[in-house]
Design a protein around this ligand. Structure first.
Ligand code: TMP
Length: 217
């Protein structure tokens, strides 16, 4: 940790359906935190740059079919391969803002309703091996609105009917885990302000020594 950077960094996760504004909002948050002197980095999952990430990328592009359990495990492996780096960033005082995390893994796999791949299975795979976010910002927007945004339909899961199921799964997880639900239909700037205010409190609490929990232990 550098000077003026004592205490750990916060672990902030953005979740929501495809094209709900997670990437825009998470990047804006990192820029705002940096402006306030907070050491912050933007990350995303899947990280398509690793070997595992390239397999995921070709699955999402529809170039390769993969069993539902196998692709779930690849997404989980993609997070696990970044765990040491993630932990050392947080412990070193860097706030990490993530565009999707294990909550996406659970929501998308549950939306498939594949026999045997229920929530307990999803949680068991990586729940005791990864850190829990300090906060999950859940961007809620009607899936029809997201579908009208640029690029929708480019990848495997960007189909309205499937996104509706994902939205239901997100809703259940959010209730269970107490995520911060945000209205993603408001303007980019209004939503950003709301998130910023809350995130600064989370950053301060982490700096003051709030412990890092396990994800789903
Ligand atoms: P992206 O568009 O944010 O890069 O995410 C790619 C797709 O992968 C998106 O449709 C959500 C999906 N996904 C999963 O199915 N499981 C996961 O664990 C993650 C992180 C993403």
């Amino acid at each position: 940790a550098g000077a003026g950077n004592e205490g750990r960094g916060a672990f902030i996760v953005f979740e929501g359906c495809d094209r709900s504004g997670k990437t825009t909002q998470s990047k804006k948050l990192v820029a705002a935190l940096r402006e306030k002197g907070v050491d912050a980095e933007w990350w995303r999952f899947p990280d398509r740059t690793t070997g595992v990430g390239r397999l995921i990328d070709s699955y999402l592009a529809g170039k390769q079919d993969t069993e539902d359990d196998v692709i779930h495990l690849l997404f989980a492996a993609n997070r696990l391969e970044k765990k040491q780096e993630l932990m050392s960033k947080l412990e070193g005082g860097t706030t990490v803002v993530l565009d999707r995390y294990a909550q996406s893994g659970a929501a998308f796999t549950m939306a498939k309703a594949t026999p045997g791949l229920d929530l307990a299975w999803c949680m068991g795979v990586e729940g005791s091996r990864l850190p829990a976010p300090d906060v999950v910002y859940f961007l809620k927007a009607p899936v029809e609105m997201a579908a009208e945004r640029g690029g929708f339909g480019d990848e495997r899961y960007e189909v309205l009917e499937f996104q509706r199921k994902v939205a239901d799964c997100y809703m259940n997880l959010s209730k269970m885990e107490g995520w911060r639900e945000l209205d993603a239909t408001q303007t980019i700037d209004a939503l950003h302000l709301e998130i910023c205010k809350d995130a600064m409190k989370v950053v301060e609490a982490c700096k003051a020594g709030r412990p890092i929990d396990l994800l789903w232990a």
